[in-house]
Design a protein. Structure first.
Length: 264
């Protein structure tokens, strides 16, 4: 895997250039591109681009501005490094919001979108309270360790999570939480032309597995919606093989992988 940097300064990792269509893996908040490590072997055979979004990991020197600004960075990455200037976008949580924003604003760069655990509706009261607690505890290693364990992380992955969290500016988190609290407008989602599959964990918060999927259905009647039964928000970490299988079934064949349940 080789490091690359776009003309905008976004840091990314590149794997298997020339091996097939490009997949761009967009991480969740509080992590960075390293979170996709368990999926990489399962996605071999594709050209992979794994960026750190502005304010995270290797892109920490960049200031997070908004989801729309992050989308411009990702569009630049695709334009520079995807051989045909187009890619399948794969996201989890915040990464899904960015993927959909790229598809809405830069449609010529997008083949399809796989949106894992997309938080598109305004969060519930418990989720808002959890965000407030996270902001207050931002500088505490104990907070990061406890949060990482709740995601199912251990060993080296847990240490990466703690060290990444320590490098994220509190202001970045505050800006992201402020934007997420309003939800993604239906009219913005409706501008997406690319094929979309959104998959939430079956045990994710209701505002993700119900309200957010319903918002996407309202905006994009053609979108495919599904649940990963028994899994939570960070289901890519809970079931890496299922996540990789789901991505490949969608990006290679436009199909729903075995193990997912389609939502009508």
């Amino acid at each position: 895997m080789n490091g690359v940097v776009t003309s905008t300064g976004l840091a990314a990792q590149e794997l298997d250039r020339g091996s097939g269509e490009t997949l761009v893996l967009l991480h969740s908040s509080n992590t960075a591109g390293w979170m996709w490590g368990p999926q990489l072997d399962g996605l071999r055979g594709h050209h992979l681009l794994v960026p750190d979004l502005p304010g995270f990991g290797g892109s920490n020197r960049l200031t997070w501005g908004s989801v729309a600004e992050a989308a411009r960075h990702v569009s630049s990455l695709v334009a520079e490094f995807a051989p045909e200037g187009r890619a399948h976008l794969v996201g989890l949580s915040l990464g899904s919001s960015v993927a959909l924003a790229v598809a809405a604003a830069h449609p010529d760069r997008v083949r399809s979108v796989f949106a894992g655990s997309a938080a598109l509706a305004p969060p519930s009261t418990p989720a808002r309270l959890a965000s407030a607690v996270a902001i207050r505890a931002w500088g505490s290693p104990a907070y990061w360790r406890g949060t990482g364990r709740s995601y199912g992380l251990s060993g080296e992955d847990l240490e990466l999570f703690v060290s990444t969290g320590a490098g994220i500016r509190r202001e970045t988190a505050e800006q992201i939480y402020s934007e997420v609290r309003t939800g993604t407008p239906v009219d913005a989602l409706a501008r997406v032309d690319a094929p979309v599959l959104a998959v939430a964990g079956g045990r994710d918060a209701a505002f993700v597995r119900q309200a957010s999927l319903q918002r996407l259905r309202q905006a994009l009647p053609s979108a495919h919606l599904a649940l990963a039964p028994g899994l939570h928000h960070h289901w890519s970490a809970e079931s890496p093989q299922l996540f990789a299988d789901a991505v490949l079934a969608w990006t290679s064949r436009g199909e729903l992988a075995a193990g997912l349940v389609e939502v009508g």
